[in-house]
Design a protein around this ligand. Structure first.
Ligand code: SAM
Length: 205
């Protein structure tokens, strides 16, 4: 998976590749889809939600440019797999999920794998998680109609927000960087297709 789907497509960050080699992705996916855990596509995790395609996890993680000291916020815990990748690369991870049963399942998987630096919480992640802000990296693994202002305000100076923005069917991955004196720079990365971010600063349903 890492060699053929990720490195071969231009992801060269050695820390990202090493993290994804390390993590047993099949443990994050309920049967019967766990048999396809290392294939090149998103998979169902129930409740109409998905675990993202491995390449998309790698691409978004690389765009965050994390260091071992980074404090990270993830919106959309889903299976917990992306949170595990973040936990390998950063000091501290908060992950927000709107469905409590998905949050609980992810929590159990992450605990079983002894990721002590991840906190999974239930809530409307379109509003971020202000209790632990600011963050050096914020990753949104669901599609927003526009960059949520709350997430922007919870970025630390130098911090990066990676978020799919667009229609419900097709999005562009946006990268927002908070520079000095509160100047923000934004650029587009690849096109993508995510399930909707449902919340106050996302889609209404
Ligand atoms: N990162 C996940 C993983 O590694 O499995 C995949 C995330 S899945 C593509 C998108 C997730 O975002 C779903 O679990 C969905 O319930 C969640 N979600 C959607 N809107 C949300 C919101 N406002 N707050 C928190 N989670 C939300």
């Amino acid at each position: 998976m890492v060699e053929l789907q990720i490195a071969a497509r231009g992801i060269h960050n050695q820390r990202v590749l090493a993290a994804m080699l390390e993590i047993p992705r099949h443990l994050f996916i309920p049967p019967p889809y766990d048999r396809a855990a290392y294939e090149d596509n998103p998979l169902s995790i129930g409740s109409g939600q998905t675990i993202s395609q491995p390449y998309m996890v790698a691409k978004m993680t690389e765009l965050l440019a994390l260091t071992p000291q980074s404090r990270v916020l993830e919106i959309g815990t889903g299976s917990g797999y992306q949170a595990a990748v973040l936990a390998e690369l950063a000091a501290d991870v908060v992950s927000v999920e709107r469905f409590s049963h998905l949050a609980e399942a992810a929590r159990q998987t992450l605990e079983a794998l002894e990721y002590g630096n991840v906190t999974v919480v239930v809530g409307d992640g379109s509003l971020g998680w202000p209790e632990r802000a600011p963050y050096d990296g914020i990753i949104v693994t669901a599609a927003a109609p526009a960059l949520p202002p709350s997430l922007r305000s919870q970025l630390a100076p130098g911090g990066r927000l990676v978020c799919p923005v667009g229609s419900r069917d097709l999005q562009q991955l946006k990268v927002l960087v908070r520079g000095p004196e509160d100047r923000f720079a934004e650029h587009d990365s690849i096109r993508c297709m995510f399930v909707p971010l449902v919340g106050r600063e996302g889609w209404s349903a």
